[in-house]
Design a protein around this ligand. Sequence first.
Ligand SMILES: CC(C)(COP(=O)(O)OP(=O)(O)OC[C@H]1O[C@@H](n2cnc3c(N)ncnc32)[C@H](O)[C@@H]1OP(=O)(O)O)[C@@H](O)C(=O)NCCC(=O)NCCS
Length: 151
Amino acid sequence: MRVLVAGVDELPARLAYDVWRLRQEVFVVEQDCPYPDLDGRDLEAGTRHVVLLDEGDEVVGTLRVLEDGDALRIGRVVVAATARGRGLAALMMDEAIALCADRAVRLAAQAPLADFYAAWGFEVAGPEFDEDGIRHVPMRRAGREQARPQP
Ligand SMILES: CC(C)(COP(=O)(O)OP(=O)(O)OC[C@H]1O[C@@H](n2cnc3c(N)ncnc32)[C@H](O)[C@@H]1OP(=O)(O)O)[C@@H](O)C(=O)NCCC(=O)NCCS
């Protein structure tokens, strides 16, 4: 397994196609949720795509890190159904958290996964809400302020 990190213009076209196909297979088809997965944010200059590739360079997982101004946002976290339960999402989350460095990070967790994200320091930051028929909970990971020089 290896993890690739790239902006949209650095993603080879076929790899980008496989990333978006995986998201469609899981978030739209498997989770039976018609929603606009291709929302335009994949193309933003500040977006980083984190892609997990197997030994044959097939896409087995992906997530994206978005620039939201006052914080970064991790989303679209997914591992192919055939590859789940082996801790592979952690490889992508470790990379995403490294990308976020000292910045504050937000995400909307599918409610049963709040404990999963807590392993990276995320805390529930508000009440549960419904998005496209799926229960979510807002979570936040505090940034670390730059040490200020002492007077
Ligand atoms: C969430 C996901 C990325 C985890 O990937 P993974 O590589 O299988 O991660 P792990 O092997 O570390 O397993 C994560 C844990 O979450 C649990 N989990 C995953 N989906 C779950 C769900 N819908 N409800 C309850 N628990 C769930 C797994 O059972 C596992 O629990 P365990 O550690 O106690 O065994 C993967 O299950 C997935 O792609 N799910 C569908 C897409 C999705 O819902 N993404 C999250 C959007 S917020």
